[in-house]
Design a protein around this ligand. Sequence first.
Ligand code: ZN
Length: 280
Amino acid sequence: MSEIIDADQWDRQKRIRGWDQSAIENSRCLVVGAGALGNEVVKNLLQLGVAEIVVVDYDRVVAANLNRCVLFTPQDALDGGQFKARAVARGAKGINPTARVAAVVKRAEELPEGLFLNFDFCFSCLDNLGARLHLNAHCYGKCALIDGGTFGFNGKVQVVKGGSACLECGVSRRDYAAMWGRYSCTGEKLEFLDPKFPAIATATSFTAAVQANEFVKIAMKSNLPEEMNPLNGRPLSSRKERKFEALEDNLVGKYLFFNGLTNSASVFEVPKRPKCPVHG
Ligand SMILES: [Zn+2]
């Protein structure tokens, strides 16, 4: 009996009450950005059992990526560097050979708007605000967007789903000024203004873990019939149970900020901006 149990790759997670492996397996996931966060998010999705992932990145691997990119090898950084998306797709086979991981070598801005209708979840694993806002606008109302970002010891995760507040709702004038400072007046990217941010594997792992954890809760919740207790899968019977909202306690319309130096974490509501360019 124990041999049968141990032969099931997903046995231990299925022991979580209310777990629905099919909700995970059937979720169509798009990961945009195959850098540190993208590597870690893909690794997490594969270990959870997601069967189909598309990874997008236009860039190539350099040695400076290797301190925090779990699926890259030192060989990927040689001879001009392997494309990051392809290196992730190859590394994925070592974690779950049966999953289908496709690599798309493109910038986030080059993805056609209709593409997002093909996915349930889009993981934004990008290092610049311009590309994230582009993704945010294209995902809005089509698929859930789980955005992650890191800076040194800090991590931040925001989730946008349905008609919730979006990434652009929380963008300040200062953010816009910093963003446009990276482009020339013709819209061309100014590489000399492309700063390299401090980044460590610990903050990457934490942030990507929160992104994947939010995915789990939302995927499970989306799969539950109305009025079902997510803990035991039975119909809600009491008023107290109806108030139980474990899976409601996600980051949709909110963001989590974690400071790894002080070990402080806070969740903030993002007010929905009435004149937001995406949905206002
Ligand atoms: Zn908005």
